[in-house]
Write a protein that binds this ligand. Structure first.
Ligand code: NAP
Ligand code: SF4
Length: 684
């Protein structure tokens, strides 16, 4: 055993499953990337090849439908023919060549399907799809079971080492298990034993058809987080039956997609649900059931993963997004280089948000994710001297990627720290993960050999002898031109988040974009961040114990928090505040502010600011004049590019490359800044 396997001995321990020996306890959890749906699976193969080469023990693909009824959306990836199995061989070959193992997830979406051919146990529309499913006849149920088994057989033909049967997250199988979505009174509905018959039959018949050595993972919902969800004794009964039916591994599923409790967002505490896997593990140990269990959700560092395994809470850990963020996660941990891991910050901005918009997934902190065949880092044949001005996400990415290619790079910033706007994001309760990105960017500067100069206000004359100049100087706050905005009670978000300006007990926040929401959270939050305290977080979101309450929803519901201040958040546009925030996270930010009684007002005009506070009106006629009495008004009205240096250089006839917010401040976010900078560096 090397020194580093001694640091993560449980994580890096092999696991034998029949004739298969997994090299460690890391299971790459299933995640849809958009690469599954095309006919050409080579980009998907390249994506998984890098993760296998990066040391992952067992990869699970994104969900593949067993038939058309099971499609997530029209023409979603399906494995129902031998021709399709042949197409998948490029994927399995790539993983095996890189020394890994791979299972294919069989996903039948049931009433979550976004197409008119959806089927379900009962004709009930889900809140997240406009299509009402057809109710299956008993023969129809049989056909679905046979489709699962046929899909598993084809998966073996395609070279997969196993399949994962998706039984959680509110999909088809879960819909049979829950009384809320299964009103049948035949052999597939009624009491719990009949409702759980479907998954047990699927696992049993798959095992019979595939023999003892094929890996069958079953994803079991340990907490549904929806009204009428399973109780713990039911979960346990199903877990036992699934083990008995021949599953090789039981994976943890948390929450249905329609649940109103966040389960993977950045504000969810790390390993927030491992206690449920631990409880199942304990029951299994007591009963002598040896089926390995996988812990899942918000596990994003080797330390957290090792802790779960060392406590005996699980036998494997599932990580999906952390392996988008860093394909070499496992190798880096094994080599004692955990500080070099590009940590997933659970923002969802480039992965899930893209998938829900029918776009190919990527990763905010790693734009190469799912773009492995396009974004290839090759050494340059013409090393140049490059000056990069601005050490925010865009500047650091441009500098480090260019240096990695062999260029000589000098990176300047007028501040005394790198990271630009990330330094404000990290201060928001619930956004602690941004610290990891700052740590990673710092490490990258060191390891790629970029020469860093902080506290330097660069003038055009300073960059005369460089071959290329990159201006990534970021943004400055937009001037909203509100009468009275020079009043001493007016602060910019920079004064609040960067300079710790004192703020009174009543505050109006002008602007409800990403930063307005962040400022409202920062100012309304009282006490330590609940992201760092699982019990406090559970109380806040109404997560109870499935032993006491079905689905694990606390009977008292989410607990309002005593806010630190009275905060009013405003925008001029009519409609819901935060509609421009992430598709999968906007509702979480809105709910978090409601829990802290932040008042949200849209469709306002800002009339004037004076000693009383902020005077607003509504509509084009400027009606309903009303004072928001407050001690402070914080302006978060968006940004404008900061590019005086770029302008001065261009006036002198220099060619400059303007990246990130300095190029376009509108809707600036770190995702675009990093992606743009990486692509520039590959062309430099
Ligand atoms: P934003 O998302 O563009 O929002 C600007 C807000 O200001 C809008 O609510 C807009 O709403 C309002 N506004 C625009 N012009 C105005 C004017 N002249 N007078 C008054 N209000 C005006 O910008 P942001 O909030 O600055 O966020 C920028 C980006 O950074 C976002 O993409 C976000 O995802 C990202 N982000 C950054 C951080 C960070 O710490 N750096 C944190 C969170 C998010 P109305 O026009 O309707 O009034
Ligand atoms: Fe993680 Fe965000 Fe990257 Fe998704 S986009 S993998 S959540 S860092």
């Amino acid at each position: 055993m090397s020194d580093h396997t001694a640091v993560y001995p449980h994580l890096l321990a092999p696991l034998t499953l029949g004739r298969v020996r997994l090299r460690n306890r890391v299971l790459m959890g299933s995640m849809h990337t958009g690469l599954e749906d095309g006919r050409d699976l080579r980009p998907l193969a390249a994506f998984f090849r890098e993760r296998a080469a990066g040391g992952v023990g067992l990869i699970v693909t994104g969900g593949i439908a067993p038939n058309i009824a099971g499609w997530a959306k029209p023409f979603a990836g399906t494995l129902a023919t031998q021709a399709a199995a042949k197409r998948h061989q490029v994927v399995t070959r790539a993983v095996h060549e890189a020394g890994g193992h791979i299972a294919m997830q069989i996903l039948h979406t049931g009433r979550y399907a976004y197409h008119p051919l959806a089927v379900a146990p009962t004709r009930l529309r889900s809140p997240i799809s406009p299509f009402t499913p057809f109710e299956l006849s008993a023969r129809g149920v049989e056909r679905q079971i046979r489709a699962f088994v046929r899909c598993a057989l084809l998966a073996r033909e395609a070279g997969y080492d196993g399949v994962e049967i998706m039984g959680s997250e509110g999909y088809f199988i879960n819909q049979f298990i829950s009384a809320a979505t299964n009103h049948r009174q035949d052999a597939w509905g009624g009491d719990y034993i009949r409702r759980m018959r479907l998954p047990v039959e699927i696992v049993q018949r798959t095992r019979e058809a595939l023999g003892p050595d094929f890996i069958i993972i079953y994803r079991l919902s340990l907490i549904d987080l929806v009204p009428g969800g399973s109780r713990w004794d039911e979960v346990l009964t199903l877990g036992r039956a699934i083990a008995q039916a021949g599953a090789s591994i039981i994976n943890t599923g948390i929450g249905w997609h329609e649940s109103r409790v966040p389960t993977i967002a950045t504000s969810v505490p790390r390993a927030a649900f491992a206690w449920l896997t631990a409880r199942l593990k304990q029951a299994f140990v007591q009963e002598g059931i040896t089926t390995p269990l996988v812990a899942s959700n918000r596990i994003n560092t080797p330390e957290v993963a090792e802790g779960i395994l060392a406590e005996g809470a699980a036998d494997l850990v599932s990580m999906a997004r952390p392996l988008l963020a860093d394909a070499d996660f496992v190798n880096k941990a094994a080599q004692g280089r955990a500080q070099d891991i590009n940590t997933c910050i659970a923002c969802n901005q480039a992965c899930l948000d893209h998938v829900f918009q029918n776009r190919r997934a990527s990763c905010l902190v790693n734009p190469r994710a799912c773009h492995e065949t396009e974004l290839v880092i090759r050494p340059t044949s013409r090393p140049k001297r490059i000056a990069v001005v601005g050490a925010g996400p865009a500047g650091v990415t441009a500098a480090t990627w260019a240096a990695e290619r062999g260029h000589h790079v000098e990176l300047f910033d007028r501040a005394w720290t790198i990271g630009g706007q990330l330094n404000m994001a990290r201060r928001i309760p619930g956004k602690e993960e941004f610290d990891e990105t700052l740590r990673y960017l710092s490490r990258r500067i060191q390891t790629t050999g970029v020469h860093l100069h902080l506290g330097r206000d660069i003038q055009p004359a300073d960059v005369l002898d460089f071959d290329e100049v990159v201006v990534a100087t970021g943004v400055q706050p937009r001037n909203p031109r509100i009468p009275g905005q020079d009043h001493p009670k007016v602060l910019s978000y920079l004064q609040v988040l960067r300079d710790d300006a004192p703020v009174g007990p009543r505050v109006a926040v002008i602007g409800a974009g990403g930063i307005g929401f962040d400022v409202a959270e920062f100012l309304s939050h009282h006490g330590p961040s609940s992201t760092l305290n699982r019990q406090a977080w559970q109380r806040q979101w109404g997560v109870g114990d499935p032993v006491q309450s079905p689905g694990g929803l606390a009977p008292e519901g989410p607990q309002n928090q005593t806010p630190a201040r009275e905060v009013v958040l405003l925008q001029r546009r009519e409609g819901k505040l935060g509609s421009g925030l992430g598709k999968t996270t906007g509702w979480i930010h809105r709910t978090a502010l409601k829990i802290k009684r932040v008042q949200m007002i849209s469709g306002v005009n800002y009339e004037r600011i004076d000693d009383r506070g902020l005077l607003i009106s509504h509509g084009p006629q400027r009606e309903d004049l009303r004072w928001i009495e407050c001690e402070h008004i914080v302006i978060c009205a968006g940004q404008e590019p900061l590019r005086s240096l770029a302008d001065a250089l261009q006036e002198q006839g220099r060619t400059v490359h303007i990246l990130g917010g300095a190029r376009v401040a509108r809707e600036l976010d770190a995702k675009r800044a990093i992606d743009e900078a990486a692509r520039w560096a590959l062309s430099a």
